[in-house]
Design a protein around this ligand. Structure first.
Ligand code: AMP
Ligand code: MG
Length: 406
């Protein structure tokens, strides 16, 4: 049977970004830059003062203390054009204001007597001090952000500083979500005997949103060919289709057959993992189709391990896998050999060391253990038992990152 590693490799090799769009800076936050960006002009655009103080000619200030005549005032936002500072003179200047011609140093107000008509300097002056030079941050033409960069507030700041309101980013994919099964009723209905609420659709939509994509809820396909044909066709119009349930070997499991009928090419079915074994992956043209098992725990875990990295790749991210770190077990874990076991854990950090306890009953049917889990461990297929004190590789679940108490 296909290994977990091979399944994920196949998926990540099959998907690519869905296109580029130009969006406003604020909508771009979290997206990935789709082009290299070059500075349209020097930053800063002109030499300017790094301090509130006096712009001076360095050669006038070699004998300290010295007194200079104050001939002007340059607050931030004023123009230095036409202001010429002659010998023995200084201009009062505020942080960010342009350096007037003739000056080559700024003396902070704290190092003077703060005079208005005349100013006395009390400390030695170095040529060029407290001047931010034109282009010292980024020179015109220099690439200041590379394709593949995730846009964060610092990138927004620099883009805005260069007057770039629209940013070329990889488009956020629309992800169709379809649940299947005659037992399902929608949220808002009271489930009768034999019925359950279609909770997977909501959970998948939440996970799709969390990873930065746009969910499109298709609804429920009933366990018959016509309904599957209609709903799967609808779902295939999106950039990605994710289905839940109807993908095992049961009499009513129609998803793979109908996808085949609709022209999707199955890439794999069944992976050597538990939970999540019946997962199928297909491509319909350029549209990836993930058919996840219906058990809510299996649906969420296979989304986390297979769909999430693929959705990041589709948005142009290069780094799409969660980092693993070591945790020391406080509970023993046992498994059968042959399949990778995905276990749900709680974590605690003590003196720089992570410790993991089981989040609860690990049966696939127990949803509460998923609710209680902060992290996941992938126990290798060939392994069978882990004792208290053994180290396992874990990663956080979902977008969870561990913050510290204040
Ligand atoms: P199936 O893959 O169709 O055999 O479904 C496996 C299990 O998951 C069954 O117990 C289903 O009732 C349950 N299930 C299927 N779809 C959903 C859903 N959309 N929301 C919650 N549970 C589901
Ligand atoms: Mg079913």
């Amino acid at each position: 049977m296909l290994s977990f590693e091979d399944a994920r490799k196949i998926i990540l090799e099959s998907v690519q970004p869905v296109g580029i769009e130009r969006v406003h800076l604020l909508e771009a936050t979290g997206s990935v830059l789709a082009e290299d960006l070059a500075a349209p002009w020097d930053m800063p655009l002109w030499d300017n003062s790094a301090m509130d103080g006096y712009a001076v000619r360095w050669q006038d200030c070699t004998n300290i203390p010295c007194t200079l005549r104050v001939t002007g005032f340059l607050p931030a936002g004023s123009k230095a054009d036409g202001i010429m500072v002659g010998a023995g003179c200084a201009v009062r200047i505020m942080t960010g204001a342009p350096i007037p011609d003739g000056c080559d140093a700024v003396v902070p107000v704290e190092e003077t007597d703060n005079g208005q008509q005349e100013v006395t300097l009390n400390e030695s002056v170095k040529k060029g001090q407290h001047i931010r030079l034109r282009a010292e941050d980024v020179a015109a033409g220099v690439i200041f952000a590379r394709k593949g960069t995730r846009i964060r507030p610092p990138e927004v700041n620099m883009l805005a500083g260069f007057g770039m309101a629209l940013v070329p980013v990889y488009r956020r994919p629309v992800v169709a979500i379809l649940s299947t099964g005659d037992e399902l009723v929608e949220l808002g209905c009271t489930p009768g005997s034999g019925e359950i609420i279609n909770s997977n659709t909501l959970s998948l939509a939440a996970a799709v949103q969390e990873v930065g994509c746009i969910p499109r809820i298709i609804g429920i396909a009933s366990d018959n060919r016509e309904s599957h044909l209609e709903k799967l066709s609808e779902g295939l119009k999106a950039d990605v289709l994710v289905t839940s349930a109807g993908v095992s070997a049961g009499d009513c499991d129609l998803v793979r057959d109908i996808l085949d009928e609709l022209g999707a090419k199955q890439i794999f079915w069944k992976v050597a993992i538990k939970p999540g074994g019946p997962t199928a992956f297909a491509m319909h043209g350029l549209t990836p189709v993930f058919s996840l098992p219906g058990n809510p725990v299996s649906t969420m875990i296979t989304f986390e391990e297979f769909v999430r990295p693929a959705l990041l790749r589709l948005q142009g991210h290069q780094k799409v896998l969660k980092p693993f770190f070591k945790a020391v077990l406080r509970d023993p874990l046992n498994k059968k050999p042959g399949k990778m076991q995905i276990v749900r854990l709680r974590l605690e950090k003590k003196q720089g060391q992570w410790y993991a306890t089981s989040a609860g009953n690990q049966q696939t049917s127990i949803l509460k253990t998923m609710v209680d889990a902060e992290a996941i461990a992938l126990l290798p297929a060939e392994s069978t038992s882990f004792a208290v004190g053994d180290e396992v590789d874990v990663h956080f679940f979902g977008n969870h990152i561990e913050l510290e108490l204040p």
